[in-house]
Design a protein around this ligand. Structure first.
Ligand code: SF4
Ligand code: SF4
Length: 347
C-alpha cells in the first residue's frame, strides 16, 4: 500500500489517514471497534481534536486494543500559551506519553494568526510541549488558504491541514505547491466537503489523485471504513463516471456553499445555520415526507426567526452572506412545500 513522506517530519504515512469527527456520532463500543478496525486495515495516521468531544478518549480506548503503532494528530483552538495544558489533556485522554503532531486548530483569520504567533501565544505553548518531548511536530489547520500561505511562508510549521475536495479544489493551486517547496507535510481534510458529496468513490479518487497529500476521511461505521479502504487500495484514477458525477455536482453547487463547519455559531435565535443552508440536501435525502418530520419543522420555525443581526457573518471563514442565504433557502423550501402539497392532493 502506498506510503507518503509527510514533509520534513520524515514520517512515512499510509496515504489514507483517518479523521475523528464522525466517531462522535455512534456509541462508545461501536466507535472503539471502528477505530480498531481502521488501524488493523493499515491506516496509521489518526487525526482528532480537543473539540471533537469524546473522540480523543475513544481513540485512546482503541489503542489499548491493538499492538499496531499509529501516528497521532490532534489540535486545540486555545490561542494562548495555555495550549500547553491542552496538550496534557490530550495525552491523558488518549492514554499516551507522546503525540506526533499537535496543531493550532482553525486559525481562520489573520487576527487569530497574529495572536497564536505573538508573545504568550499558542505557538509558544506548543514549542514548550515539543521541547519537553510531549509532542514531536507542530501543525496548523485553517479553512482560509491565505492564512495557510502566510503560515507556510513564515516557516514555523512542520505540517499544514487544508480543506480539499473536488468542490473545494483551490488548495492545490498555491497552498500545496508552496508547502511542498518548503518540505512541509500536507494533510487534506473534508474530502467529502462535510457530507455534501455523498459518493465516496469520486470524492476519494479525486483527492488521492493529488500527489504528496494525505487525506483524512472520517468514518463512523465499519461499512464506511471498509468502503474507503477499498477505494484506496484498488487504485484511484478517476473513471469516466466519476468525472461526470463531479461535473454534475460542481454545477449544482454554486461557489457559495456551506462547508458545515459551524464556526458561525452561536446564533442568538438558535438557528442551525448549516442545516438551513443545506436544506436542498435534506429534502433530497428525506423526500416527500421531509415536512412531516418534527425535527425538521422545528428547524424551519427557528430559521424564520432570523433577525438578520449579522453576528454570524464575521465568523464564517468563507464569507457567506448567511442571512441572505437563509432567506433564499426558505423561499426555495416554501415553493417546494407548495408543489409537494399539490402532488399529494393529486394522489
Ligand atoms: S443573522 Fe440570523 S442566522 Fe445570523 S446570527 Fe443573526 S439571527 Fe442567527
Ligand atoms: S455558514 Fe459558514 S461558518 Fe457556518 S457552517 Fe456554513 S461554512 Fe461554516
Amino acid at each position: 500500500m502506498e506510503k507518503s513522506r509527510l514533509g520534513r517530519t520524515n514520517l512515512l504515512v499510509t496515504r489514507l489517514g483517518w479523521g475523528g469527527i464522525p466517531i462522535q456520532r455512534v456509541n462508545g463500543e461501536e466507535a472503539v471497534s471502528v477505530i480498531r478496525a481502521v488501524i488493523e486495515m493499515g491506516v496509521d495516521l489518526l487525526d482528532t481534536a480537543r473539540g471533537y468531544t469524546n473522540s480523543e478518549h475513544r481513540i485512546g480506548l482503541a489503542l489499548q486494543k491493538t499492538d499496531r503503532s499509529v501516528i497521532l494528530s490532534t489540535k486545540s483552538p486555545v490561542r494562548t500559551e495555555k495550549i500547553y495544558n491542552e496538550v496534557q489533556t490530550s495525552l491523558k485522554e488518549m492514554g499516551v506519553k507522546n503525540i506526533s503532531i499537535y496543531h493550532l486548530h482553525a486559525v481562520n483569520h489573520f487576527q487569530d494568526y497574529e495572536k497564536v504567533m505573538g508573545t504568550g501565544g499558542a505557538y509558544e505553548g506548543l514549542r514548550r510541549a515539543r521541547d519537553e518531548g510531549l509532542i514531536d511536530y507542530i501543525g496548523i489547520t485553517s479553512h482560509n488558504l491565505k492564512v495557510l500561505e502566510r503560515a507556510i511562508e513564515d516557516g514555523y510549521f512542520d505540517v499544514i491541514m487544508a480543506c480539499y475536495s473536488f468542490l473545494e479544489p483551490d488548495a492545490a493551486e498555491k497552498v500545496f505547491p508552496l508547502a511542498k517547496a518548503r518540505d512541509i507535510g500536507i494533510l487534506a481534510m473534508k474530502p467529502f466537503s462535510g457530507g455534501l458529496i455523498e459518493e465516496a468513490g469520486p470524492a476519494l479518487r479525486f483527492v488521492l489523485s493529488t500527489p504528496d497529500i494525505v487525506p483524512i476521511p472520517g468514518s463512523e461505521s465499519l461499512e464506511k471504513a471498509r468502503e474507503n479502504w477499498e477505494i484506496f487500495t484498488k487504485g484511484y484514477s478517476l473513471t469516466k463516471k466519476d468525472k461526470e458525477y463531479i461535473e454534475i455536482l460542481r454545477k449544482e453547487m454554486s461557489q457559495q456553499f456551506c462547508r458545515r463547519c459551524d464556526y458561525c455559531q452561536p446564533c442568538s435565535e438558535k438557528i442551525s445555520i448549516q442545516h438551513i443552508l443545506g436544506l436542498k440536501t435534506i429534502v433530497r435525502r428525506f423526500g416527500s415526507v421531509t415536512d412531516e418530520l418534527d425535527w425538521f419543522q422545528s428547524l424551519i420555525e427557528k430559521a424564520r426567526n432570523c433577525s438578520e443581526c449579522g453576528d454570524c457573518l464575521p465568523r464564517c471563514p468563507y464569507e457567506l452572506p448567511i442571512p441572505k442565504l437563509i432567506r433564499e433557502n426558505l423561499a426555495w423550501y416554501d415553493q417546494w412545500l407548495e408543489e409537494n402539497k399539490k402532488k399529494r392532493a393529486q394522489l
